[in-house]
Design a protein around this ligand. Structure first.
Ligand code: CTP
Length: 400
């Protein structure tokens, strides 16, 4: 519940993307926020207020007048908010907010607040690129207003261009980031994620079931908390905001990328599922069926984590993962020692809803000389937060 106790005003303005406000609201509520929905009259032409009321924390307000609860809804809403999120934001609301015009309830709320404001524009490319809009956005940004950039994609008229509302998940992630503690500010971090793919021939690979979700969640949470993060990844997933991605496929490529980036990193997390074995020979073309059942000879891949452990610079925190089905504690502790790690994140992959491909996980954190910490079943972002809390604690202990 990363947004527990947070009161978020969700301002919805009149555009086709207004329907996406419903999903944004649902996701905010799921994350623990109290969502106060405010719609403009234009928005109410695109989205039924009843629908949004049902998925927010209280009924939608649209008007400055005749609110049965209070004669001054705008000041009450604005003052009590922890964040005002406008999604979607039309060119009109952006211009009105820039000018300080107070013409309806939402524009009044925007002015009658000291809370941070986050604007998620959605409009046609021509409008988004119009000098007036460009200037308004620049002025708002300079005032400290958070802008969640629109995406490029298919627009309401069927044409393609920049201006589509950012993905609801990305908008909610930006909100979460706004409230995250900044305890990793100034830290550089590299995280590996996903399973490696080792080629057999021109079309076939030896792969594994790793989705990369836990590694991506760690990278996303670390960036939200202020770290500068590089992800060395084998999977195609949406790139978390503020994270740089280096794409690799094989254990060798991952090894090279990690050896290049790790020496300058304060924290190194090997969350990837690296193949332990790869074919000795890779057939140049496609191995044909009529040639009979092939014998594929395997050889070990380099142990990337062990190599990083051998060359670990002073002060670096090195973190490994262990996927186990038996003797979790003993196996994890032996890997911690063997690979010279500071922390190992062990998960019992035989337990339900944990590990590969799931959105949830449950892990135990093992360090040297301290009792293990169990992080019970939760979404992978929450698990990531627990792992990072432990990394922060290790750094503090090392700093004395
Ligand atoms: N790892 C690595 N390079 C490899 C294999 C694993 O860097 N070639 C890393 C993984 O990213 C993970 C940790 O080592 O952080 C544990 O991986 P695991 O495969 O469980 O460890 P092994 O030492 O291979 O032990 P076992 O196969 O006996 O479980």
């Amino acid at each position: 519940m990363t947004l527990a106790g947070k009161r978020i005003v969700l301002g919805v303005t009149g555009g086709i993307a207004a329907y996406k406000a419903v999903e944004i609201s649902r996701r905010l509520v799921d994350a623990g926020a109290h969502v106060v929905p405010v719609m403009t009259e234009g928005a109410a032409r695109f989205l039924g207020p009843t629908t949004l009321s049902a998925l927010a924390s209280e009924p939608v307000r649209t008007r400055l007048w005749d609110d049965p609860a209070t004669p001054i809804p705008h000041t009450e809403i604005g003052q009590a908010a922890d964040l005002i999120l406008v999604a979607p934001a039309t060119a009109r609301i952006i211009a009105a907010y820039r000018m300080g015009l107070s013409t309806d309830l939402l524009t009044n709320v925007l002015i009658a607040t000291r809370a941070p404001v986050m604007i998620c524009p959605a409009m046609h490319t021509e409008m988004w690129e119009h000098p007036a809009v460009v200037e308004n956005i620049a002025v708002l940004r300079a005032r400290g207003v958070r802008i969640v950039e629109p995406e490029s994609g298919r627009l309401a008229g069927g044409d393609v261009g920049t201006g589509r509302l950012a993905d609801p998940a990305a908008i909610v992630a930006a909100v979460v980031r706004e409230f995250a503690p900044r305890d990793l500010d100034g830290l550089s971090m590299v995280v590996s994620a996903g399973g490696t793919r080792e080629p057999i021939d021109a079309v076939r690979v030896i792969a594994n079931r790793s989705s990369g979700k836990q590694g991506y969640a760690i990278a996303e949470e670390a960036a939200a908390r202020g770290a500068s993060v590089t992800l060395v990844s084998t999977v195609e997933r949406p790139v978390p905001a503020g994270v740089e991605v280096v794409r690799v496929e094989t254990a060798d490529q991952m090894h090279a990328a990690m050896e290049r980036i790790a020496p300058d990193s304060d924290v190194v997390v090997m969350a990837a599922a690296v193949a332990d074995f790869r074919p000795v020979r890779v057939a140049a073309g496609k191995i044909k069926k009529h040639a009979g059942i092939p014998e594929i000879e395997l050889e070990p891949t380099p142990d990337i984590l062990a190599a990083l452990g051998e060359r670990k610079p002073a002060g670096q925190v090195l973190v490994g993962f262990a996927a186990e089905t038996d003797d979790l504690a003993a196996n994890a502790m032996s890997k911690l020692e063997r690979k010279r790690l500071d922390l190992i994140v062990a998960n019992d992959v035989s337990a339900p809803a944990t590990g590969f491909q799931h959105d949830t996980n449950a892990v135990t954190l093992f360090t040297r000389g301290e009792p293990p910490i169990t992080l019970p079943l939760a979404d992978k972002r929450t698990i990531a937060a627990g792992v990072l809390d432990k990394i922060v604690a290790i750094r503090h202990a090392a700093a004395g």
